[in-house]
Design a protein. Structure first.
Length: 79
């Protein structure tokens, strides 16, 4: 759902770097354990599916500019 929201808004201003760093660490740990621990093949494939989603996040972060003029969602409701 987040990839679709980014695509429709053509912006990633609402996607903080903390989230991407957390996602990177989570993806790295999943990949590490997918190689080290014996598990069913479908679980390994699902771990690599997360890699595809993470790469799509990074690609969107690269192609969509950060619109600093757009108010954040939290500020919209404080008004």
């Amino acid at each position: 759902p987040q990839l679709y929201i980014n695509y429709k808004m053509k912006s990633v201003a609402h996607l903080p770097w903390k989230f991407l760093c957390f996602r990177f660490v989570n993806t790295f740990i999943d990949d590490l354990f997918a190689f080290l621990i014996r598990q069913p093949m479908m679980h390994r494939v699902s771990c690599f599916r997360d890699d595809v989603v993470f790469v799509a996040y990074l690609f969107q972060r690269w192609i969509y500019p950060v619109d600093s003029n757009r108010p954040m969602a939290v500020e919209d409701f404080s008004g």
